[in-house]
Ligand binder design. Structure first.
Ligand code: SF4
Length: 507
């Protein structure tokens, strides 16, 4: 019995040898076989983690208490424990393996364009930095040894000789702290962040970096290695082209929605007669714009109809009401027969009553922002991203926003934080404020608006980052999986050429 236990312990610890530290530089790709299902789950979990990292970085200063709290909460999507916890060796191995695999899966998805690469590198770097900052000095030393990062420590004699320079240049250094600190002599090109921040002493091309600032150097090493490996991955991607299971998944990961599922129609019925009023009160700007265009032109082009029609379905418009709603507008410029032939089929299709009878889900903000940019005569898209800033300013003015409020929104637009600009617009128009409110979906905007306007105390709570909450379990919508992305049944929905795909939804 004892022999068996000892053997098992030996096996577990040898497995963990493949991941000797909770932090990794991800230099070697994984070589094991995994199921498609696990591939999907790992991709989604890491995506959730990175999206939360991004939100934390936009809302708070990196390294601040609030930022670290948000990242601690986000880390639950992909936990990594140290060895001195109650976790067994098998559990530690499994955590590190998940971290390793999921990083490489997203590499495949995010190496495909410059924008995607930039986003991925930024979030991975922030996550890496947070994890390094959380290490003790001993753990950091061990990580450096295991990662072949060998930096030359300066001798006590050299430190003594340079004491006054080190005191004068090292951030917040004191005489005592200089004595206690270990300094490393590193070529200045490897310490550019510290040089730029004037945090280190430089002599003859070498920066004298205190032990606690080594994290910046290691971060630089990781940045370089990651961007190089992303370029290599991109070059090898065409070999996957023939795999009709992986490529559709990878192509859609970039705008993959990971929030609440709005496929299920709201129980509160919305009738065509209510829409004018609701659009002014509770529609996000994207949907208000589409509604206004429909009323003005009595027509919307294909992507506008898809974006708006699925939104209306999600907020509680029945199929009969939808047919009546679209018909009422369209027959102002065409006869009823043309509408029946050209449009009513598509509406029934989006409600799952025609074709493959799929229950299509309303579009998320990411999907709206990232795909199908509107062209001339189009009204779909996200106004914060796709509308000319001067025009957007004008529109906000027409919606009675104060000048200073408009500038607050525009500042976020300028920084390309479109969803945050939308949150700001929500807060300003609803007179609420919640630092943890994250907006991912136009239907979420609508639901929150109705809650606030009805005076519900639980307002602005969807996606609220309660720091004590346990994370929501990732569950796949039974009716749709990644492989459904390839379904081209929506091709039936347009009178011209439709290249759009139904969006996946994970609750
Ligand atoms: S951020 Fe989302 S909800 Fe807001 S306008 Fe853009 S797409 Fe619509």
């Amino acid at each position: 019995m004892n022999i068996r236990l000892r053997r098992k312990a030996r096996e577990q610890s040898s497995k963990l040898n493949s991941y000797p530290h909770q932090c990794q530089l991800y230099k070697l790709p994984p070589v094991e076989d995994i199921s498609l299902e696990e591939f999907e789950r790992l991709a989604v979990d890491r995506l959730k983690l990175l999206r939360d990292v991004e939100s934390a970085g936009i809302k708070y200063k990196r390294g601040s208490g609030e930022y670290n709290s948000l990242l601690k909460k986000a880390s639950k999507h992909m936990e990594l424990h140290r060895e001195d916890t109650t976790k067994s060796l098998t559990e530690l191995y499994e955590e590190r393996r998940r971290d390793h695999l999921s990083h490489f899966i997203l590499r495949l998805a995010y190496c495909q364009s410059e924008d995607l690469k930039r986003w991925f590198i930024a979030q991975e770097l922030d996550l890496f930095r947070y994890r390094l900052d959380d290490l003790s000095m001993a753990e950091l030393d061990s990580f450096m040894k295991l990662s072949d990062l060998h930096y030359n420590q300066i001798s006590d004699k050299e430190k003594k000789a340079k004491r006054s320079s080190l005191e004068a240049s090292t951030f917040k250094s004191t005489k005592e702290s200089i004595d206690e600190t270990t300094y490393f002599k590193i070529h200045f090109t490897e310490a550019l962040d510290l040089v730029r921040g004037r945090k280190v002493y430089i002599e003859m091309g070498y920066a004298y970096v205190p032990h606690q600032e080594l994290v910046s150097i290691i971060q630089g090493v990781f940045r370089l290695s990651l961007s190089r490996h992303l370029a290599i991955t991109a070059r090898s991607l065409p070999t996957l082209d023939e795999d009709d299971r992986l490529m559709p998944m990878l192509n859609n990961l970039s705008h993959y929605y990971v929030g609440e599922n709005y496929t299920k129609q709201s129980a509160n019925r919305v009738t065509p007669e209510q829409v004018d009023h609701l659009s002014r009160e509770s529609f996000p700007l994207c949907m208000r714009q589409l509604h206004q265009a429909l009323r003005d032109n009595h027509h919307l082009k294909h992507f506008g109809r898809l974006q708006y029609g699925l939104f209306l379905k999600g907020i509680g418009m029945t199929l009969e009401d939808a047919l009546r709603f679209w018909r009422t507008e369209f027959v102002k410029t065409m006869d009823g027969e043309k509408f029946e032939k050209g449009y009513s089929y598509n509406i029934r299709h989006s409600y799952g009553k025609e074709g493959k009878r799929a229950n299509y889900t309303p579009y998320s903000c990411l999907k709206i922002i990232m795909s199908n940019a509107p062209g001339p005569g189009d009204y779909h898209g996200c106004p914060f991203k796709h509308t000319d800033p001067d025009l957007l300013r004008q529109r906000l003015r027409a919606y009675k926003l104060q000048k200073s409020a408009i500038e607050e929104v525009m500042e976020l637009v300028k920084g390309q934080h479109y969803q945050l600009a939308c949150v700001k617009y929500f807060e300003l128009t609803h007179k609420v404020s919640d630092p943890f409110f994250l907006l991912n979906h136009p239907n979420q905007y609508y639901d929150e608006s109705r809650r606030v306007l009805k005076g519900d105390d639980a307002s602005v709570k969807t996606q609220k980052m309660d720091l004590d909450d346990t994370p929501t379990q990732t569950t796949f919508d039974e009716s749709e999986t990644f492989s459904d992305i390839r379904d081209d049944s929506l091709m039936e929905m347009d009178e011209s050429s439709i290249t759009d795909e139904p969006e996946l939804c994970i609750q």
